[in-house]
Design a protein around this ligand. Sequence first.
Ligand code: NAG
Ligand code: NAG
Ligand code: NAG
Length: 416
Amino acid sequence: MKVTVIFVMNLFVLTALGDVTNARSKNRGKGSMWWGIAKAGEPNNLSPISPGGVYMDLSSAHGTLRRKQRRLARENPGLLVALHKGANNAIHECQHQFRNQRWNCSTRAFPRGKNLFGKIVDKGCRETAFIYAITSAAVTHAIARACSEGSIDTCNCETHYKGRPHVSGNGGGAAVAGVRDFEWGGCSDNIGFGFTVSREFVDAGERGKTIREKMNLHNNEAGRWHVKDQMRQECKCHGMSGSCTIKTCWMRLPPFRVIGDLLKDRFDGASHVAASGHHRNNNNAHQNRPPKNPKLNAISSNSIHSKRENRRKHKYGFQLKPFNPEHKPPGTKDLVYYEMSPGFCEKNPKLGIQGTHGRLCNDTSMGVDGCDIMCCGRGYRTQEVVVFERCNCTFHWCCEVKCDVCRTKRTIHTCV
Ligand SMILES: *[C@@H]1O[C@H](CO)[C@@H](O)[C@H](O)[C@H]1NC(C)=O
Ligand SMILES: *[C@@H]1O[C@H](CO)[C@@H](O)[C@H](O)[C@H]1NC(C)=O
Ligand SMILES: *[C@@H]1O[C@H](CO)[C@@H](O)[C@H](O)[C@H]1NC(C)=O
């Protein structure tokens, strides 16, 4: 299955190389500048001022933020630190999910904010869809967790679960043994706050007017929904010697890896949507239609007030059409793209693609990490290397782990 996908992508190498223009980068929407927060304020700039919070020198990122984003950061002390954490989780997770693929989510060559993931985001392709979804998801996750950890001043543990479901026998002692009632208590991750603030912050630059902005909004939203749907109940037993006559429960988000895995599945099955609002097959049907003028349409609405209301209502109210009219329209949690991925085999500085020369591959794997696919048929080199690694580790009471350093020979394969 995966083999087929890669093969199809390969066919588009030639077409993709031809149509890269500078104009394209203006089409990608304005919502990616904030990614620079990931690289701002390295750990030595994090200094505690009060027990409850940390101050972070994010002045270098400040200039890349939009006015609305700066306002959110100002009004919610602690938010920037959570965003910084979220953006880094996104990078780490993206690189984990794509470690064995031709495109490996490298950020090394692109230290600056808006180019954090390279110029690949100038294209409305699958990889870009994944980048938007994972960054938006990671920010939602980080904010929800930061609230319950008390590191954002304006939010707290989510409490609306309290008192909603059944409540066990009031106060200790009254509950009958074996009755599995519980009380909401503890501290739930604040997914409500995380979801809302992620929408406000991450989507600040996307108006939802062009296909690219709609794509970004859809993928941002998909990332958030994957996080929201992963809230799970955790409980703790009280009562005598763990008899669990009293149980307290709260809602908690799983480790971000769980969401990374889900989004990777959606990447593999991403929906190809129609670029300009009409289907592949009707291309000829509308040739006599007068040219569209979206600006004129926007101006013609009644008043500024209604215009603003509409904008809010419709920002998320669109439905993207599938490229192939026989396919289902994309669902809320699907990733969407409208352009084919470029080839990742060869170096392409225009798109910031490094190529797979020198990448490690697996000579026995039939998958995307196998040498045939990873090296794009160019072949590979086999070497014996000596690696030094920790081994034979033993635990010494208390509390030390001692290891030997072992010398092992290993065979590695790298693409030519
Ligand atoms: C990704 O691939 C590039 C070469 O294409 C390589 O230099 C880099 O180490 C790889 N891994 C990461 C995490 O960037
Ligand atoms: C290479 O691929 C094979 C087959 O998928 C797998 O069993 C093996 O663990 C892989 N080796 C490495 C070093 O990843
Ligand atoms: C591991 O430790 C044991 C006991 O100290 C030793 O006999 C053995 O040689 C060690 N193995 C390696 C690979 O270093």
